[in-house]
Each structure stands twice: as structure tokens, then as C-alpha cells.
Ligand binder design. Sequence first.
Ligand SMILES: [Zn+2]
Ligand SMILES: [Zn+2]
Length: 413
Amino acid sequence: MPKPLTCAGCKGSVSSYQAIHCVFECRPFPNPRSARAPPLRACGTCYHEGCIEVGAPFRTRHKDGRGLVYPLTAAASGFVCEACTLRAHVGRELSRTHKDVYLLKLERMRMIDVAHNWAPRTLTSYRSRLRFIRNFERTYGVVCLPTLKLDTPPITPAIPLMWAMQHYALQKPRGSHPSSGDQVSWATARALRSAASFYNEGLMALQYPASSLRDPTSKRGRLSPGRSPTDFLGFSMMAAGMAKRMGTASKPARALRLEHVLWNLRFRDRQYQVCTDPQMRLEIATAAFAEIAAFCGWLRGGEVFGMDAEDVEYVPPESGPAHGLREGIGFFQVDLLDSTKSSQDAKADIVFASETSSGLDGGMWWGPFVGWPRRDGLPGRRSLSTPFGAPMGQQLFSSPAPVPPPPPSVGGG
Ligand SMILES: [Zn+2]
Ligand SMILES: [Zn+2]
């Protein structure tokens, strides 16, 4: 007859149902710290539900003691007891010394905290669902949930580091801040993790210079081979330091309002009326049209100055009815993206009215831009292939731009 099992928490007898059993309860495992050392003993550890708990000096902010007891469902995928995890990390059997007992407590607290990563209600609801899956497996002789296979307890520097963090959280704070209690706060304790993360990032950049990078979401280092050298962690670290040294301030963009644009257009109209040089007239028309297109189409600088006449289709007001519009309403449609530029049946990226109720008359400036006379009869100059950028950027959009002081009222486009 098998020996009755004893709970490692309350020392009472345990039936196998509704108990937490260590994976190495009946199985010795090789000493992970030394292949030549004898295997570490089977621990014989099992617990009743609710018997994995900690007391002082650990504390919880919950009045009902929540957070200090290990929830049963958390062991659903497998459970390695605190003695096995500790023995694997120190590479020997434990003794009843103060240090070993203290480390056992830290490990017990660590695994309880790990288990509380899930909300109690979530764990409770998963319990019945997992039972359903287990019943399904038994009924139909299939495996839905693979069994944990471990040769030794998991070993990683992260576990002792978590003990260090648990230990740090038990220290008395040094500061005289009124909010300082008798133990350091979580906000202080987690700084230990950041410090270790800083250390590990430096280590990673040196050990794996070509496969470590900084994760864009978490901003932490991680390994990911096959990256461009510009993504390497070392490169990201230098770029961050360089940006701090040189500063990232750029000239802030200036918001244009309708009043500004109307002022500019009136200014250009006066220029156009007195100008006799065909080249200069083209440039004025181009600047005026570019400004209207930018304002009505919400275009960025690269989009408006990269556009040329072939990307724009003008439907004059008299052709409005052919496009389902009322007579007297025309529009521009602009193909900006490569996908729309190269595909004849794709829709235009931007559509805006040829003349807006607020007085932006793109139609009047479009004529001279493509070489027709202006609507008021003033001559234009044909230049279909001239991109907007070259002439305008140099002469009419360079600083100081003809922008008036901010008007008193706010306008719309
Ligand atoms: Zn018990
Ligand atoms: Zn164990």
C-alpha cells in the first residue's frame, strides 16, 4: 500500500485529487550545476489547495490577505516546488541554515506573485474550462493539452534576480519621505529590474553585436537575427546618446490659415498683373496653384512639390454636369501615390473644388500653370513638364515668405 502523501504546508495527509504536486515529487533530477555531482533527490512535495502561502515579512495591500496564497489553477500546466527550483539553482541539497530557509521563502513568494499575474476570477473561470478539455481528452482518447516534460527545474538568472527583487522589497527605506512606510514601495523595488535590464542590454550588445536590437515597443534589448546593421542594438544606443547630445529640436512648422492663404494669393495676383516676364509669370502661377492645392488637399510639402501637371486632372466648372455635378462646379483630382499614378482605373487620391466658397480659385491659376492664358486674359506660358518644386521653392516659397501677421479671426478652408 503506497505511503500516504503529506502536505508540505499544513503537514496533513493529501489525497491526489485537488492537490498540487511537484513535477519532481517522485523523480530525482540531474544536478544542473555539475554533471559529475550525484542527482538531486526527489522532493516528495505536494500541497493542499491553499496551503502554499507566505506570512511576514511579506505583505499585501489587500485586507483579505489576497496575494499571499498560491491559486490552484495556476499549477494547471505543471508545478515545480520552491525546494526543487532552489536546489537546481544552488546545485546542492538544502540545509536548515538561515540563508537556505530565507531563499526558500523568497522563491515561494516569487511563485505566488507569478501566479497572480492572472486575475483570480480569470483563474476560476479557466479551471472549469480546463476540466472540460480534460474530460474531452479522456472520452475520445486524444491529447489536447500536452504534458509538461522537464529534465530539471527551469534554470535562468532571471529567477535569482527575482529573489533579489523580493529581498529588496523587504528592505527598510532610507528616505525620510512622509510616504515611506516600513518597507520600500513597489515603485522603488522595480527600479532593481530596470538596473538589471540596463546591465543585460550592455551585455547583449557586446555578446551578440549583430543580432541584438532594441524592441520598438518595449524599448528593451532583444535578440533577433537577420537585421540591418542600422538596427543593431549598438547603433540604437549610439543614436539615442547622439540625439541627447546634439538635441532633436527642429524648426517648428507654421500653421497656415485661410486668411494667410488668401493674403498670399492676393499678393501673387498683384505680382502677376504687373509682371511681363513669361518665366516669372509661370512661377507666380505655379506658386499660387501649389498653395491652393496644398491647402485644399491637406498635402504635405513632399507631396505638393513632388507633384507635376500630369498628376493633376482639371474638370472646369462648365464640364461639371458631365461628372454628376451642378453646372458651374468644377474640380481637380490629383494622383499622388505610385499605385494611382500607374493605374488608370484607380481612383484619384485627392479631389478638391476648382473654386471654393471661401475664395480659393484654383481654376484661375491652373490655366497659366499649364500654359493657357489666365481667365482674365493675361497670358500664361506652357510648361507641362515643369515640376512645382524647382522654380517655386527657390524664389516664391523661400524665406521670408509673403505671409501676413496673424489675422484676428479664425477662418476655414
Ligand atoms: Zn495542506
Ligand atoms: Zn519539488
